[in-house]
Design a protein around this ligand. Structure first.
Ligand SMILES: [Zn+2]
Length: 279
C-alpha cells in the first residue's frame, strides 16, 4: 500500500523525498513553494532532478499541493492571471520532481443566485492552465468539505467539470476522506454505495490520490478539521475498513494530512496503518 504523508520542503525537494523514506512512507505530498503565496518560485533544477531520481530508485510516489491562495474561482481578472501563472509554476516543479500531479481545491460559490457562474469560472481557469501545459504532471481536483449542498462536495460536480474542460486527460481526482465525511459525500457507513455510484459516474476511474484523514467533527458538519486516523476523530477504524479494504483504492497513494505531535508522529501513524490494513 502506498501510504505516506505530507512533508516539508524547507531543506529542498530531494531532502523531502529522503525524509519520506525515513518515515517508511511509500508516498508523500509537498508544497512546491511557499504555501501562503502565489509568488513564482525559481527552483533548483539539480534538487528536483535528485528528488525524481531518488523516488524512482525507491519506488516512492510523490504529489504536490498548490498553495492555499490558489483559488479556481478568482475574485478578479488580475487574480485569475496570478492563479493561472502560479498553477503553471506548480506543474513545472511537480514535473521536474517526477510527481504525479498538483492537487488543487474545488472553487467556492461566488454567486448564490447563479452557482453555474462559479463552475464556468473554474472551467475557464483550468482551460487557461492546460492550454499552456504539455508536461506529464496532472491537475488533481480535490472535493470540498462544505456542508451538504455547498459546491464541490459531490462526485457529480467533479466528474462534470472534468467532462467540460478542453483536456480531460490532464485532470484527475483527489478524494479527501475528512472532507467527504464533513460534506456527507461519505457518511461513514455507505462506502458500498459511494463506490458503485462513483464507478457509474466515472469518478473512481480517474481517482489518482486519497488524502487519508480523520475528522474532528461529525459527519455532515461541513467543517474541515483533520484528525489522526486512530485518535481524536469521528471516523471509526471499522468505517476506515470499508475504504481501505476496497478494490477501487488499490495502488493509489494515500497521503496523511493529519496533525502530528510528539505522541502522534507520522512515522507511528504510518506504521499503525500498515499493521492494520497493509498487505
Ligand atoms: Zn486534503
Amino acid at each position: 500500500m502506498f501510504i505516506g504523508c505530507h512533508v516539508s520542503i524547507k531543506e529542498g525537494y530531494y531532502h523531502a523525498a529522503k525524509s519520506a523514506k525515513q518515515l517508511n512512507a511509500a508516498s508523500f505530498q509537498y508544497f512546491p513553494k511557499n504555501p501562503r503565496s502565489l509568488n513564482i518560485k525559481a527552483y533548483d533544477t539539480e534538487d528536483t532532478r535528485l528528488c525524481k531520481q531518488f523516488c524512482h530508485e525507491h519506488d516512492i510516489v510523490s504529489i504536490s499541493h498548490s498553495p492555499y491562495p490558489t483559488n479556481l474561482t478568482p475574485e478578479s481578472p488580475e487574480q485569475k492571471k496570478r492563479v493561472v501563472r502560479s498553477i503553471l509554476n506548480d506543474l513545472h516543479i511537480s514535473d521536474a520532481c517526477g510527481s504525479l500531479g498538483v492537487v488543487v481545491h474545488f472553487g467556492k460559490n461566488k454567486d448564490a443566485n447563479n452557482p453555474l457562474y462559479s463552475y464556468q469560472l473554474m472551467i475557464e481557469v483550468i482551460n487557461e492552465v492546460m492550454e499552456q501545459w504539455d508536461g506529464k504532471s496532472m491537475l488533481l481536483l480535490e472535493n470540498n468539505a462544505g456542508k451538504p449542498g455547498s459546491i464541490g462536495t459531490t462526485m457529480e460536480e467533479l466528474v462534470k467539470i472534468r467532462q467540460l474542460i478542453d483536456r480531460p486527460n490532464s485532470l484527475g481526482f483527489c478524494l479527501d476522506t475528512c472532507h467527504a465525511f464533513a460534506s456527507g459525500l461519505w457518511n461513514g457507513d455507505n462506502w458500498e454505495y459511494v463506490m458503485e455510484h462513483g464507478n457509474n459516474l466515472g469518478y473512481f476511474q480517474n481517482l489518482k490520490v486519497i488524502h487519508l484523514n480523520n475528522s474532528k467533527y461529525q459527519a455532515k458538519s461541513g467543517k474541515d478539521r483533520h484528525a489522526n486516523i486512530f485518535h481524536g476523530g469521528y471516523i471509526t477504524e471499522k468505517q476506515f475498513d470499508s475504504i481501505l479494504q476496497s478494490s477501487v483504492i488499490q495502488n493509489i497513494p494515500l497521503i496523511l494530512e493529519t496533525p502530528k505531535d510528539k505522541k502522534n508522529s507520522h512515522e507511528n501513524e504510518i506504521a499503525e496503518i500498515k499493521s492494520r490494513w497493509g498487505r
